[in-house]
Design a protein around this ligand. Structure first.
Ligand code: P1T
Length: 381
C-alpha cells in the first residue's frame, strides 16, 4: 500500500546512502562524475544533466504531487519558462488574469517577443476562456488561488472544457503546495511550483519544479532543463528536501494561524475587506472547500485610508517582515501594487482590483497571539 503524505514527505526518493549508510541524502557537491571508459559511468555524467541530490529531490516532489515526473529549475520563473518553451513556437496561451507579477511579465514582456502569444481572462468562470480560443491555443494557464487576490479557478471544470478542445491545462500550485491541492488528480496536465515558497519553507532557497504524468512531455521538459541549463545546485536541492519533510505540519500551522488572523481582521472596524478562501465571505468558499483540503496561509486585505494607511501598517509591523515572497516559517507582509506586482501595468492592476490599500500577508508559524498583536498595533496604535 502506498504510504501516506507525511511518510512520503520524509522517505520518498531518499534511501540511506548505499556507500556510507548516511540517513540523509548527501549534498553531492560535484559538477562532474568519473567515467571508467568513454560513456561508461554510474548513471551520472555532468550535474547540469543530473545530480544525485537533485534526483532524490525530484523523486520526493513528484511523490508528493502524485506525479510520475518532477523536473526542477533554478527558480519558479525558470520552471514556468520551461513549460512555455515546451508549448512550442507559435503557441497561444490563455492565462488567468490575476497571476504572480513575474509570471505576467515573463508572458507579456519576454515570450510575447519570442513567437508566443497570450490572452488574460478571469478564470473564476470556467467557461470564460472559450471566447479567447484561437486555432493555435495550446494551453490554459491556471493559478489557483491567485496571487495576490486569492481568486479560485475550478480546475476540473476547466480541464473538462479544455480537453474537449485538445487544449492542455497547466496549474501553478504554489499557494496551496501539494499538501492542500493536487491539480493532477483533478485532471490537469502539468503542475508548476515555486519551491522558493512552501516546499522550501524557510526563505533560504530560490527554486522551481514542473510535475506531470505525461511521459512524452516530461522527456521534452527534461531535455529543456538540460539544454537551457537553468538547474538548481545540489545545496539548494538538499535544503528543499529538508523543507518538504515538515511540509505537512507547517501547512497545518500556516492555515490555522491564517484562519484565526483572517477572522480577526474581518471583525476589525478599520479593515474594509479581507480575502481568505477559508472565510465564508470569500465568494468561492464552497469551491475552495471542495477543491482543496485546506485554505492555506495567504491573506489579502484592504485597510481604510488607502496607500497612506497601508504604508503605515507595512512600516509598523515588527514580527511580520516587510518583504516579498511567501511560504516561509516567518510571517511576511507586502504591498502588491508597489512590490510583487509592480511590473503589472497600473491600468491592469486597477482593472483587477489590486487596490493601493491592498496588503498581502504570508502567515508564518509564529505564535498566533504575537501575529495578531503585531497587526493590531500597526493598525491601531
Ligand atoms: O520567485 P520564483 O521562485 O521564480 O517563483 C515565481 C513564482 C511563481 N508562481 C507564483 C504563484 C509565485 O508567487 C511566484 C513568486 N512569487 C513571489 C516572489 C511573491 O512574493 O509573490
Amino acid at each position: 500500500m502506498a504510504h501516506r503524505f507525511e511518510t512520503r514527505a520524509i522517505h520518498a526518493g531518499q534511501e540511506p546512502d548505499p556507500s556510507t549508510g548516511a540517513v540523509c541524502t548527501p549534498v553531492y557537491m560535484t559538477s562532474t562524475f568519473v567515467q571508467s571508459a568513454p560513456g561508461v559511468h554510474q548513471g551520472y555524467d555532468y550535474s547540469r544533466a543530473d545530480n544525485p541530490t537533485r534526483h532524490a529531490l525530484e523523486d520526493n516532489l513528484a511523490s508528493l504531487e502524485g506525479a510520475r515526473h518532477g523536473i526542477t529549475f533554478s527558480s519558479g520563473c525558470a520552471a514556468t519558462a520551461a513549460v512555455v518553451h515546451w508549448l512550442g513556437e507559435g503557441a497561444h496561451v490563455i492565462s488567468m488574469d490575476d497571476v504572480y507579477g513575474g509570471t505576467r511579465r515573463l508572458f507579456s514582456q519576454v515570450f510575447a517577443h519570442a513567437a508566443r502569444s497570450f490572452s488574460f481572462t478571469d478564470l473564476t468562470d470556467p467557461g470564460a476562456f472559450e471566447a479567447h480560443i484561437q486555432p493555435n491555443t495550446k494551453a490554459i494557464w491556471v493559478e489557483s488561488p491567485t496571487n495576490p487576490l486569492l481568486k479560485l479557478a475550478d480546475i476540473s471544470a476547466i480541464v473538462e472544457r479544455a480537453h474537449a478542445r485538445g487544449i492542455k491545462v497547466i496549474v501553478d500550485n504554489t499557494f496551496m503546495s501539494p499538501y492542500f491541492q493536487n491539480p493532477l488528480a483533478l485532471g490537469a496536465d502539468m503542475v508548476v511550483h515555486s519551491c522558493t515558497k512552501y516546499l522550501g519553507g524557510h526563505s533560504d532557497v530560490v527554486m522551481g519544479v514542473v510535475m506531470t504524468n505525461d511521459d512524452a512531455a516530461a522527456d521534452r521538459i527534461r531535455f529543456i532543463q538540460k539544454s537551457v541549463g537553468a538547474t538548481p545546485g545540489p545545496m539548494d536541492c538538499f535544503l528543499v528536501m529538508r523543507g518538504t519533510k515538515t511540509l505537512a505540519i507547517r501547512m497545518r500551522e500556516h492555515q490555522s494561524n491564517a484562519m484565526h488572523l483572517a477572522s480577526w481582521l474581518e471583525a476589525h472596524p478599520k479593515v474594509t475587506k479581507v480575502i481568505y478562501p477559508g472565510l465564508p465571505s470569500h465568494p468561492q468558499h464552497a469551491l475552495a472547500a471542495r477543491q482543496m483540503s485546506g485554505f492555506g496561509g495567504m491573506i489579502s486585505f484592504i485597510v481604510e485610508g488607502g496607500l497612506a494607511m497601508a504604508t503605515r501598517v507595512l512600516e509598523r509591523c515588527k514580527v511580520f517582515a516587510l518583504a516579498e515572497s511567501l511560504g516561509g516559517v516567518e510571517s511576511l507582509i507586502e504591498h502588491p501594487g508597489i512590490m510583487t506586482h509592480a511590473s503589472v501595468p497600473a491600468e491592469i492592476r486597477e482593472e483587477l482590483g489590486i487596490d493601493d490599500g491592498l496588503i498581502r500577508l504570508s502567515t508564518g508559524i509564529e505564535h498566533i497571539d504575537d501575529l495578531v498583536e503585531d497587526i493590531r498595533q500597526a493598525i491601531e496604535d
